[in-house]
Design a binder for this molecule. Structure first.
Ligand code: AMP
Ligand code: MN
Ligand code: MN
Ligand code: MN
Length: 310
């Protein structure tokens, strides 16, 4: 666990078997955030943490932006660390199971080993980001109606990249105001579906997100599937659609997954023929269970997504 005098997590090595070779040990952490989106560490500081966590390779996967990758690349090369260029794309999925109570679900799709200069990806991400400032103003108004006043300005003041204003910045601003003790508590009370500060928003379609990633020669990975709380028929529908669109992997070991999720999505990966991914989803000290590189290994029975990265 991270923070507050908690014991530092053990650093695991991850076994990668290659045909005709002995097993090679790797510590790949393929999901992390910087101040280019809603992380607390600059891209360079994040690279230093990844080196400290003994990562062999680290991906920077900021939400809907690749703006941190250049700084990360410079820092990684001076540390002798391998950087995988990444992004985490926000998606609105209409929810296609047999559940009659259909409602849109927000999904996150990681693009790994992308070419950040690709025009289709760049233009697509710019379109998603355009909606964020407008959503932030609507969130501010909605919170004001609930008696929490002036949080929009405070959130923009915290955000290092104003293009990428997110609910996380609102949560931190509300904690700073002393209204709640933790960002998790703020999400529960104000920022999730049906709560006073939540406003619906239309992100990219799943097809667009996977298409942009593939256009940029990247690998599409469904992030933290355990977080979506989809009934099994809807999870099947999602994984079927993701596979058809060209999705290659699902995240199995990540900050918001418990051991039961790792077991559940190991089984899904095998039955759908997905590779498995592993990433801390680190946002900053004290905001999640794992620092970069300091998370459990992928199960031995799973082929890691990094087997695709020569
Ligand atoms: P946004 O893309 O602006 O809607 O913000 C989504 C981000 O909010 C996620 O990437 C997480 O970093 C954060 N988040 C979502 N749900 C929670 C939660 N329950 N507790 C803490 N952070 C959360
Ligand atoms: Mn986030
Ligand atoms: Mn996410
Ligand atoms: Mn993330």
């Amino acid at each position: 666990m991270v923070g507050g005098g908690a014991k530092r997590a053990v650093c695991y090595d991850v076994r990668l078997s290659r045909p005709n070779s002995t097993a090679i040990l790797h510590n790949f952490d393929l999901h992390n955030h910087s101040t280019a989106s809603d992380g607390l560490d600059s891209p360079a500081a994040l690279m230093a943490l990844a080196a400290k966590g003994q990562c062999d390779a680290v991906a920077l996967t900021d939400h809907d932006t690749t703006a941190g990758l250049l700084e990360a690349r410079n820092a990684a090369s001076s540390l002798g660390l391998r950087l995988i260029d990444g992004v985490e794309i926000s998606v609105t999925w209409p929810t296609a199971g047999t559940n009659s109570d259909t409602r849109p679900t927000t999904l996150h799709v990681l693009g790994l080993n992308i070419d950040p200069t690709n025009n289709a990806l760049r233009d697509g991400l710019a379109t998603i980001r355009e909606g964020r400032s407008n959503r932030a103003m609507r969130m501010d108004a909605s919170l004001r109606e609930a008696g929490v006043v002036g949080i929009g300005d405070a959130a923009f003041a915290i955000a290092k990249n104003p293009d990428m204003i997110s609910r996380t910045h609102f949560a931190r601003a509300i904690v700073d105001r002393g209204i709640a003790k933790s960002t998790g508590a703020v999400f529960e009370k104000y920022l999730t579906t049906g709560k006073p500060g939540y406003v619906a928003h239309q992100w990219a379609t799943l097809g667009d997100a996977v298409g942009w990633i593939r256009a940029a020669n990247g690998v599409a990975v469904l992030a933290h599937p355990g977080r979506y709380r989809l009934p099994s028929d809807e999870m099947h529908a999602l994984l079927t659609e993701f596979k058809q669109l060209g999705g290659a992997a699902i995240e199995i070991v990540t900050g918001s997954h418990q051991a039961k999720h790792t077991r559940e999505f190991t089984a899904y990966a095998k039955s759908f023929g997905f590779l498995g991914s592993r990433g801390a989803d680190y946002h900053g000290e004290g905001e999640g269970p794992y620092r970069p590189g300091e998370l459990p290994p992928l199960p031995d029975s799973i082929t890691p997504v990094w087997s695709l990265f020569a």
